[in-house]
Design a protein around this ligand. Structure first.
Ligand code: GLY
Length: 360
């Protein structure tokens, strides 16, 4: 019989979460200059792929290309990386072992947006989102119909489940006896369990990695992409924040752009990206806008379950080329890739509510 382990330990064992192995490499982290420069681009990923992607996007921006092309091509590199387990090809699957992707793109210059949700078998969902944006009068397509749409436009179908992801999914199936997303919302679970006298361990981390790419081009136009395979082992059909304009991504050409990674349910409820852009409209810096979003969400939960804090990371840029990043409830630094004329560096923002990760 399969050995039962706590969910938290399962994720720590499977993903090396305690070592921060999923997203962060060993590059040194620099505090970026607070002064803004344009053109510029930020990328959520900070590993080698994130660096390579940033440099690809930067070449487009430096050559006078559009922010829209830069964010799409940058995100494509992360989507196509089979080793990355939270975005595109190679992403961790849903509960049934099927990889379902969410992605959005927004172009500030034309005030246009496109997205796809729960799309299967397409390695570069943000490019499908771009076609939705540019070649339809709609913003969002979902599921099988999004796939059919992509095929109509010549996107190739592929199995997105890599051997590495399949093995982790099988391990999860074997070793985790109960289903993670059935039952009340996570922020209400602990209380209900306590009331029911249950010893279930709900204090675990679910990989919900994603990438954000935000850029300003030489003309001062702004664009963004958010793309993800979503919460690992989610209930089939679950849609996170990434394809929802205003939640996982928002761009306003006159103000700036903002995007989110992490637990999508909270980002949807708080319309966090729209909120951050509106904060910047009120002259908050991108860093302050990200901090405001963290604090706004934390305050909401405080009254309901003071033990609960979701885990999100917010990123923002403004028209001047300044940027910000804030992470909540983590033992990981709030870092992201930043590239401009000064070259590539890791920008360190603010970590709110540091939480020691318990080791096995
Ligand atoms: N932020 C990604 C997701 O929740 O699906």
């Amino acid at each position: 019989m399969a050995k039962k382990i706590s969910r938290r330990n399962f994720f720590n064992q499977s993903f090396g979460f305690g070592a921060g192995a999923l997203f962060f490499n060993k590059l040194p982290v620099f505090k970026a200059s607070p002064s803004g420069r344009t053109p510029m681009m930020i990328v959520a990923h900070t590993n080698e792929t994130g660096k390579k992607a940033s440099e690809t996007g930067w070449k487009i921006l430096a050559d006078g290309g559009s922010a829209l092309d830069a964010v799409e091509k940058t995100a494509n590199i992360i989507e196509l990386d089979a080793e990355g387990m939270s975005v595109g090809y190679g992403g961790l699957p849903n509960e049934d072992g099927v990889v379902q992707l969410d992605a959005s793109i927004m172009d500030g210059k034309t005030y246009s947006a496109g997205s796809v949700a729960c799309i299967e078998n397409i390695k570069t969902p943000c490019s499908v989102a771009r076609v939705v944006m540019e070649r339809t009068d709609h913003v969002m397509l979902v599921g099988k119909d999004a796939l059919e749409f992509a095929k109509t436009w010549g996107f190739e179908e592929n199995n997105l489940l890599t051997e590495k992801a399949r093995k982790i999914w099988v391990q999860w199936r074997e070793r985790v006896s109960d289903r993670d997303d059935w039952g009340p919302p996570e922020h209400l679970k602990k209380k209900k369990n306590e009331e029911a006298g249950s010893n279930n361990d709900f204090d675990f981390d679910r990989p919900a990695g994603t990438t954000n790419v935000l850029a300003i081009d030489k003309n001062g136009d702004i664009a963004g992409v958010t793309t993800t395979s979503g919460l690992a082992f989610k209930i089939p059909g679950r849609v996170g924040d990434s394809p929802i304009i205003g939640a996982g991504l928002y761009v306003d050409n006159e103000i700036g752009a903002a995007a989110a990674t992490g637990r999508g349910e909270d980002v949807i409820k708080s319309c966090a990206s729209y909120y951050m852009v509106m904060r910047m409209k009120e002259d908050r810096t991108p860093q302050q806008a990200c901090d405001d979003a963290v604090n706004m969400i934390a305050a909401k939960y405080k009254a309901i379950n003071s033990d609960f804090l979701p885990g999100e990371t917010f990123r923002a840029i403004n028209k001047k080329g300044e940027c910000g990043c804030a992470r909540m409830r983590s033992d990981q630094k709030a870092v992201m890739s930043l590239i401009n004329e000064g070259g590539y560096q890791l920008y360190e923002g603010k970590l709110h509510f540091y939480r020691e990760r318990r080791r096995r």
